[in-house]
Design a protein around this ligand. Structure first.
Ligand SMILES: [Zn+2]
Length: 260
């Protein structure tokens, strides 16, 4: 036994290993709620072949802020090789089963919302409209573009269902505990500079890798190299699609956790 297999009794369920990211669909709307006021900001890069990983510059910034130092940080290698890190807002949510017309409720699932500035501001405005009590209401989520996860939020004006349901509250309490432990590793990889350079050089992403790849004198063209270095990677879409490829963990059945 190498520690990768966990034997369980027949009928038992697997443990949570990740907090799933909420994904909207163009085909149907969902009902969610924000059971707490917790918001985390994260700074990540997405690089094909490496995946989502936490920005090394932001890590240095957060560490120096933790020590009470003023966060004047020079950009680390990930920010030099690629466009600057994306800032995202991460919020714990519950997702109900069902829809507004036919009714919604149990089972509920703990997931996270992964938002850019615009939809986060939209939620902030809606919170203000409700006098800072958005977490007491259920929210209808519609998705206008599945690939880019363009989400629209509408408040359902009756009070949130979970507030009147003891069973849901027990599930939320357990789910939020798992959320605490797993959210960081669910969002992105944590890699240090050495690991970053190792993987990037293999992929030819880093400037170090580019220089090494061009040391054949016959093909060396200083002009084209400097242009390459300035241009960086070809610009993808304004925001990378929130597709399957970017997810480090998928297909986790969260229903199982709650059925004990
Ligand atoms: Zn970075």
């Amino acid at each position: 036994m190498s520690g990768n297999l966990l034997s369980i009794n027949f009928g038992d369920h697997a443990q949570y290993i990740a907090i799933e990211k909420y994904k909207g669909s163009e085909r149907y709307s969902d009902v969610i709620a924000l059971p707490t006021k917790r918001v985390d900001t994260v700074y990540t890069h997405y690089v094909q072949g490496i995946g989502h990983f936490y920005c090394l510059t932001a890590k240095a910034m957060i560490e120096s802020m933790g020590k009470g130092e003023s966060p004047v940080i020079s950009p680390r290698v990930c920010c030099k090789d690629h466009e600057s890190a994306k800032i995202r807002y991460v919020l714990p949510i519950i997702q109900y089963t069902g829809d507004v017309e036919k009714g919604y409720g149990m089972p509920i699932f703990i997931k996270h919302l992964f938002l850019s500035e615009r939809p986060y501001n939209d939620l902030k405005r809606k919170d203000k409209l409700k006098g800072g009590n958005l977490h007491k209401f259920d929210i209808l989520v519609t998705c206008e573009d599945q690939e880019y996860q363009t989400l629209k939020f509408d408040i359902i004006d009756e009070g949130a269902k979970f507030l009147k349901d003891k069973k849901m509250q027990a599930i939320i309490k357990a789910g939020l505990k798992a959320y605490d432990e797993l959210i960081e590793s669910s969002i992105a990889r944590t890699i240090d500079e050495q690991k970053y350079l190792e993987e990037s050089t293999k992929l030819g992403h880093t400037s170090v890798g580019l220089l090494e790849a061009s040391d054949d004198p016959a093909s060396f063209d200083p002009d084209s190299l400097s242009k390459q270095l300035e241009a960086g990677d070809p610009e993808p879409a304004p925001d990378e699609p929130d597709g399957e490829e970017g997810d480090i963990v998928d297909d986790v059945d969260f229903e199982d956790m709650f059925e004990k």
